[in-house]
Design a protein around this ligand. Structure first.
Ligand SMILES: Cc1cc2nc3c(=O)[nH]c(=O)nc-3n(C[C@H](O)[C@H](O)[C@H](O)COP(=O)(O)OP(=O)(O)OC[C@H]3O[C@@H](n4cnc5c(N)ncnc54)[C@H](O)[C@@H]3O)c2cc1C
Length: 395
């Protein structure tokens, strides 16, 4: 039997606003089956494209074309009866109105917060101003253009990646790969790639059985690793590490992530990284009308928040949409139980190390698994085929 609440609301459309069209946002919309006669969905995102971030290092390596990592949100929304607004969520007004960056607002019955994460600068303003990052299509295009310009000019220049975690090492090996491919192994010596890590070891969070071979591969590729790096100021074409100025240098910042600015405006409890703490139904406690998903959500599993990864975002989008459809049909909600399929540290030399379904994998097999998952999880056939072709043709 339908609830009185639902009968009353049958008169008007349920307004659902989704902030963020990344993995979690699209997974949510897919789970809803798009917009319907009784449910209106609006997606807001400041970018017209959903970006497949796991392949951005491959764009830097020159293995995958950037266009195959972009998925047009306006086109997608048209096909799903969803309204798309190319705007950013910037705050809440009262309880049920989302304010956008142009000062307009959207009233909602349900809000989905799925805005991803931003680079964490740890208070280093010079890094914010001068370092490159690798989060968006613009970032990838800007860094690629800079690499080409440096190589064309020919002046000896260092490429310094700050951060020796997964993405830092992916990026460093991608730089090495591109430089060698472009200027040859010998001339590549004029463009050294360095990794500056604040901790005493790179990949410090991983067990030695997985991190060991990855570290060895980084060394074999001729990438200089500076551990316990005391990071000083960063300028437009230089960086100071342990009091020593490296110049000229292109600095790429890969030293962690935190919640996007929009989250700071929301009056919900956050974790140390500024992500919103959510309960098992993916709400901040007390706000059953707001779902928080993906990198924005801090979901406790085994005593610590889940790491940021694509498969968690996709699964959370599915659970949240199922629960919203259930609620509209008077069904009890399901709890989210995180299932960790594992992780890989893919290096541009065509090897990857990590754990998949609890099994340790490494070398070429790891890399093949990374690309299979990337193709499988890309949105749209055009991008899937594009990535396959790029990888097989090896530009
Ligand atoms: C270089 C790199 C490599 C990675 N490799 C891997 C990997 O191999 N495997 C893996 O599992 N994970 C990887 N990750 C992490 C993975 O990309 C994220 O965990 C995943 O994208 C999170 O999905 P999401 O939907 O929460 O956010 P995202 O996919 O980041 O999407 C967020 C969306 O929100 C939009 N947005 C931002 N601010 C606002 C706002 N104020 N209002 C509205 N919209 C907004 C953004 O434009 C974006 O479209 C990688 C990340 C990076 C940066």
């Amino acid at each position: 039997m339908m609830s009185l609440w639902f009968c009353e609301n049958k008169m008007k459309k349920i307004e659902v606003v989704v902030a963020g069209g990344g993995f979690a946002g699209i997974s949510f919309i897919e789970g809803m089956g798009g917009g319907a006669d009784d449910v209106s969905i609006t997606l807001v995102d400041p970018s017209p494209d959903s970006i497949f971030r796991p392949l951005l290092p491959d764009v830097i390596a020159g293995k995958v074309r950037l266009e195959h990592c972009r998925y047009s949100l306006p086109e997608y929304c048209r096909s799903r009866r969803v309204r798309f607004l190319e705007k950013a969520a910037s705050g809440l007004e009262g309880e049920t109105r989302l304010v956008l960056d142009d000062g307009t607002g959207l009233d909602f019955d349900y809000l989905v917060v799925a805005c991803g994460a931003d680079p964490e600068y740890h208070g280093n303003q010079s890094a914010r101003k001068h370092a490159f990052t690798l989060y968006s299509a613009q970032d990838a295009a800007r860094l690629s253009a800079t690499i080409n310009a440096v190589l064309e000019k020919g002046e000896a220049t260092s490429f310094v990646v700050v951060g020796g975690g997964y993405t830092g090492l992916e990026t460093a090996t991608a730089l090495k790969y591109r430089i060698r491919k472009r200027v040859g192994r010998e001339a590549a010596g004029r463009f050294p790639v360095k990794v500056a890590e604040l901790a005493p070891r790179i990949l410090a969070g991983l067990s030695d059985t997985i991190a060991g071979p990855a570290r060895e591969e980084v060394r074999r590729l001729g990438i200089e690793v500076i551990t316990s790096a005391g990071l000083g100021e960063i300028g437009e074409d230089w960086i100071k590490i342990n009091g020593k100025r490296i110049s000229p240098a292109v600095t790429i910042w890969s030293a962690g992530v935190s919640g996007v600015d929009f989250l700071t405006t929301l009056p919900f409890e956050k974790d140390k990284k500024g992500r919103i703490k959510v309960n098992s139904r993916l709400h901040s406690p007390g706000r059953e009308d707001i779902f928080v998903l993906g990198d924005c959500a801090s979901f406790e599993s085994g005593g610590s928040p889940l790491r940021m990864a694509v498969h968690f975002s996709l699964a959370q989008g599915k659970i949240a949409s199922g629960n919203l459809l259930g609620r509209l049909n008077d069904l009890s909600p399901h709890s989210y139980h995180s299932v960790d399929y594992g992780y890989l540290v893919p290096l541009a030399s065509g090897k990857a190390w990590g754990k998949v379904l609890g099994i340790r994998v490494g070398g070429r097999i790891g890399s093949i698994l990374h690309y299979l998952m990337s193709v499988y999880r890309s949105w749209g056939m055009r991008n899937r085929w594009g990535v396959v072709k790029d990888l097989l043709v090896r530009r």
